[in-house]
Design a protein around this ligand. Structure first.
Ligand SMILES: [Ca+2]
Length: 388
């Protein structure tokens, strides 16, 4: 598996390293989009003249890439929402933390409170923490964002195609039927407000936009702007939200000391008409598959004060990130964690062993082609081919 969250290697470890070296701890902002495809960001777009493949204009996200590092070979840990987010929060393979699939409003489960999340790690180190947008890791009391290290939550527990779809502030429902046309802007406003309010202290902002997950919604004034139809309108609106966050960082003087990670939880949903769907072109397939279009997603990181030591557009070998995220997880877990007693070598061996199995478990598949295709791309396995 390629780089199960290079983010979890670079973000917390880089933060901790920097925190050791400097008095001022860097801020961390993770902007997670929902079902944004590989071909849906301007700086990732592959020219194609077919309808539905037009370029979506994302100048603000492109700016992030120009000022940071654009990862061309970044794999989400799952092709669907909840498992991907569970991995993002814990640094663990989704199946290790009980997420082989997504949660529904009827689901009695969620992210185990005993798991150590990224928010908890940073909060313990003095960070203010906020979760804005979609959670999708459990709506019942033990599983909510504030039980997992976030000081505050403003958003929804589920994707925008599930009912009930309510807007919450912390554990309180503030709108039982929010106008979805307004959500992106409101999440952006909340994020900007948080950045400005916490300018004097280190902060971790998890800005988890519910767009461009279907059904698609955009303010009326923005309809018909994009060459890619309504889907493009939604993504360009999302891009403007990223621009507002960047503007807030510029105006508060925090840009240099803030690591921003922009990515998607999984590949695009391509079931709709051509003007209402994302694209992973030139990758095959889409969301909810284990083909590349389902898991290979845009990922950009920027930290002006400390640019990642990576040449732009270089393919990352998955191995360091793979080991790094696991080591980080084990090291950060504390003495009572279930990995207690495992040496780093043991953890590494278990990690290598499970790398073959985890993809098989992603959707309960035990045989067939998709796993073979993805495994065959792993440079961590010698010549790039590996028996399945
Ligand atoms: Ca998703």
């Amino acid at each position: 598996m390629r780089a199960l969250l290079a983010l979890l290697l670079l973000a917390p470890l880089a933060v901790l390293n920097a925190a050791d070296a400097t008095a001022k701890k860097p801020n961390v902002i993770v902007i997670l989009t929902d079902d944004l495809g590989y071909d849906d960001v301007g700086c990732y777009w592959t020219p194609d003249k077919r309808p539905g493949f037009e370029k979506i204009l994302t100048p603000n996200i492109d700016r992030l890439a120009a000022e940071g590092a654009r990862f061309t070979d970044y794999y989400a840990p799952s092709s669907v929402c909840s498992p991907s987010r569970a991995a993002l929060m814990t640094g663990c393979y989704p199946v290790r933390v009980g997420f082989p699939g997504i949660l529904f409003p009827s689901s009695p489960t969620g992210l185990n409170p005993d798991e150590v999340t990224l928010a908890e790690i940073l909060k313990k180190r003095g960070y203010a923490t906020a979760c804005v947008g979609k959670w999708h890791l459990g709506h019942l009391a033990p599983f909510t964002p504030r039980q997992h290290g976030f000081d505050s939550f403003y958003g929804m527990m589920f994707p925008n195609d599930m009912q009930p779809f309510v807007l919450q502030r912390d554990e309180t429902v503030v709108e039982p039927k929010p106008d979805q046309k307004t959500l992106n802007e409101r999440f952006t406003e909340e994020a900007v407000k948080f950045v400005r309010a916490k300018r004097e202290e280190p902060f971790f902002l998890y800005l988890s936009y519910s767009a461009p997950h279907i059904p698609l919604h955009v303010p009326d004034r923005l309809r018909g702007k994009s060459a890619r139809g309504l889907y493009g309108d939604v993504v360009e609106h999302l891009d403007s939200g990223v621009g507002e966050v960047l503007k807030a960082l510029d105006e508060t003087g925090l840009a240099d000391q803030t690591l921003i990670v922009f990515t998607s939880d999984n590949g695009p949903d391509t079931r709709g008409p051509y003007d209402k769907r994302g694209q992973a072109f030139p990758l095959r397939a889409a969301k909810a598959t284990t083909r590349e279009g389902g898991v290979r997603v845009p990922c950009i990181m920027r930290w002006p004060g400390r640019r990642p030591r990576l040449p732009r557009d270089r393919l990352r070998d998955g191995r360091p990130a793979h080991r790094g995220q696991y080591r980080r997880s084990a090291a950060s877990a504390g003495p009572d964690h279930r990995w207690k007693g495992h040496s780093p070598a043991d953890d590494q061996a278990r990690c290598a062993e499970s790398s073959r199995r985890v993809l098989l478990l992603q959707r309960g598949e035990t045989r067939g082609g998709p796993q073979r295709e993805l495994e065959a791309r792993l440079p961590a396995h010698g010549n790039g081919r590996h028996p399945v």
